[in-house]
Design a protein around this ligand. Structure first.
Ligand code: F6R
Length: 608
């Protein structure tokens, strides 16, 4: 969850590292630091706080160097303060380490190092790596690192350098991602591609158990047993502009606005309206195995889990294909009965969520084919899954997922159509009806975005409430969960998502004039039932905001309306989630919250 950056090349290292950290800040933001090497001397700068605090300190006490490492932290071991901020050093201050992840056996290692006379400056697990390298160093940094990785337990990625073996940066991956960027005469190392994109699109993804050596004479790769590994350079199709705010106040708002285009890109080329077919070339090679599957097991966390719940309904209603959805963090510890006839679908925006990866690894050789629905080419999930369906959302920088959620449901809709087609469970007319309407979704989303002002006004009216209930049923229930998650994670307002029919089994006790209810009520098969839920709330003096495509049918029963265009009942989540994202955004912005970097969160959850 921390961000690592390394640079070796002719530019100002400090400038490259700080700019890189700015781009990585969404991975962790409680402290930050850089170490740069100049004239054989290491210069360090570290602060508690954000990258802007690091920049302010660097302005007061400038440092620069020919190469260096930077880090933005999301604390696991040791409080977020200046001392615990990375980079960390060995006893002599000649070896520098930045680290992401957890060294699980650090207490035992630290004890042994203390007995050997090493002294520790911090409370972190990371510092043991620097001292272990010191202990194992005999002239060559990568040789010391090869010995040290044998001693470490846990899930970690780290980078190190040393003035004792200069002009060299080593990167190690055993869990969290680490990527090498290659340009003419310069090398980069980073926790994800975003900071590298400013300089080059040519990247190499380290696999687990690999070591990269970036040196002025070139690149080398080894596995943990010391064997040389040949790696392939990949060319990314993301551009640096994609990670700029481009006039929007926050990345989250920009990313909400990108959704119509994201849906266009994600479904582009997949719908053949002439033949009524869905074409997903990545499934072609495994088509027979997929057809033989009897149910889908969808695994994901957070917002991706909510997309999975929508996927379940799409599979049932479009393809008559049974599906169950599981939290990856729970699933991985259960004794699940899974068979080769189960199609495993792992959904993850980042492709690096530790729980999702662990759940998928636990299923290998037990279940059937594994499909990854992911936004990041080259991510661990993509490399480990048998089949990938990429969401074409471009890089998502705001910590709260928005456009990747819509892209995930677009892919799940395509997959449901494909399964229905492959299993002959979907009549052609029904397929065509859904496909035609799916094509119109981006335009309908634009209609909603044009009403931004009225959503903002409504959000401001509700910004002072401390609690919210979000209700939905059937395909709108996951949307209610997602709306509540968006509000709580960026505004810190308590919000609960609930299935409308479950209200009377408990949550109705909460309703009073201080607890508004956001009701997601498109005119679908469950509309009349949701109306009864509205009556129940009104009878208890509850305030109701209704998100609906059928305002005329609601009359006086609701206090406020969020109107949306109509669409096919199975596609309403594309349209209902959008106002909820905006509602959460405008409340959080009104309250002055740090929308793109909410407290305690990180974009990529690479620890358990
Ligand atoms: C919420 C959010 C998180 C992620 C979750 C899974 O806005 O972003 O709940 O959805 O951490 O992340 P991925 O999709 O990267 O596996």
């Amino acid at each position: 969850m921390c961000g690592i950056i390394g640079y070796l090349g002719p530019k100002s290292s400090t400038a490259v590292l700080v700019e890189g950290l700015r781009k990585l800040e969404y991975r962790g933001y409680d402290s930050a630091g850089i170490a740069v090497v100049s004239g054989g001397k290491i210069n360090l700068c570290r602060v508690k706080g954000k990258i802007k605090d690091l920049e302010a300190l660097l302005k007061k006490n400038p440092i620069d160097g020919d190469y260096g490492l930077g880090h933005t932290r999301w604390a696991t071991h040791g409080r977020p303060n200046e001392i615990n901020a990375h980079p960390h050093q060995d006893c002599q201050g000649k070896i520098i380490v930045v680290h992401n992840g957890i060294i699980e056996n650090y207490i035992i290692l630290k004890q042994k190092l203390l007995e050997k006379g090493h002294f520790f400056r911090t409370e972190t697990d990371t510092e043991v790596i620097a001292h272990l390298i010191e202990e194992n160093f005999s002239g060559c940094l990568e040789e010391a690192v090869k010995r040290v990785v044998q001693l470490l337990e846990g899930s970690f990625a780290f980078a190190c350098l040393s003035t004792l073996d200069p002009e060299k940066i080593i990167g190690v991956r055993s869990g969290p991602p680490l990527i090498v960027g290659v340009n003419d005469k310069e090398f980069f190392l980073a926790s994800d591609v975003v900071p590298i994109l400013d300089h080059t699109r040519r990247v190499i993804f380290l696999d687990d158990g690999e070591i990269a050596v970036l040196a002025s004479e070139g690149l080398k790769f080894f596995d943990f047993s010391g064997q040389t590994v040949n790696k392939t350079i990949m060319e990314l199709n993301w551009s640096p502009l994609m990670v700029e705010k481009r006039g929007f106040k926050h990345f989250m708002l920009k990313e909400i606005y990108e959704q119509p285009q994201v849906i266009r890109e994600t479904i582009s080329g997949a719908l053949s309206l002439d033949t009524g077919e869905v074409i997903l070339p990545n499934l072609a090679a495994s088509a027979e195995r997929l057809k033989a599957c009897r149910q889908a097991v969808i695994i994901a966390c957070g917002t991706s889990y909510h997309a999975g719940l929508i996927g379940q309904i799409l599979f049932e209603s479009i393809a008559a294909f049974p599906a169950k959805v599981e939290y990856a963090s729970e699933f991985r510890y259960r004794d699940c009965l899974i068979s080769p006839e189960d199609l495993v679908i792992a959904i993850s925006q980042s492709g690096e969520t530790a729980d999702t990866l662990a759940a998928v690894r636990g299923l290998k050789d037990k279940g059937g084919p594994i499909i990854a629905i992911c936004n990041v080419l080259g991510s661990t999930l993509v490399r480990e899954a048998e089949i990938t369906l990429l969401t074409q959302a471009g890089p998502e920088v705001g910590v709260a997922a928005t456009k990747t959620f819509s892209a995930q449901i677009a892919v799940l809709t395509l997959l449901a159509l494909w399964l229905g087609q492959a299993k002959r469970s979907l009549p052609k007319e029904k397929a065509l009806e859904i496909m035609l309407e799916l094509q119109r979704i981006p335009h309908r989303m634009e209609e909603i975005l044009n009403c931004q002002d009225s959503i903002e006004t409504l959000a401001h009216r509700f910004a002072s409430y401390a609690h919210f209930l979000y209700l939905g049923r059937w395909i709108s229930f996951p949307v209610a969960l997602e709306g509540a998650l968006k509000l709580k994670e960026i505004s810190y307002i308590h919000a609960e998502g609930y299935a409308g029919g479950e209200m009377k089994h408990g949550p109705i006790a909460l309703i009073d004039e201080k607890m508004p209810t956001m009701v997601v009520i498109p005119k679908d098969r469950i509309f009349e039932k949701m109306l009864s839920n509205l009556h129940e709330i009104k009878a208890r003096d509850g305030l109701i905001i209704a998100l609906t495509d059928s305002p005329a049918d609601l009359g006086q029963q609701v206090d406020y309306l969020l109107p949306i265009p109509s669409t096919h009942p199975l596609l309403t989540p594309f349209l209902t989630v959008l106002p909820l994202q905006l509602f959460a955004y405008f409340i959080a912005n009104r309250l002055g919250a740090d929308v793109d970097q909410p407290r305690n969160l990180a974009k990529s959850v690479t620890v358990e």
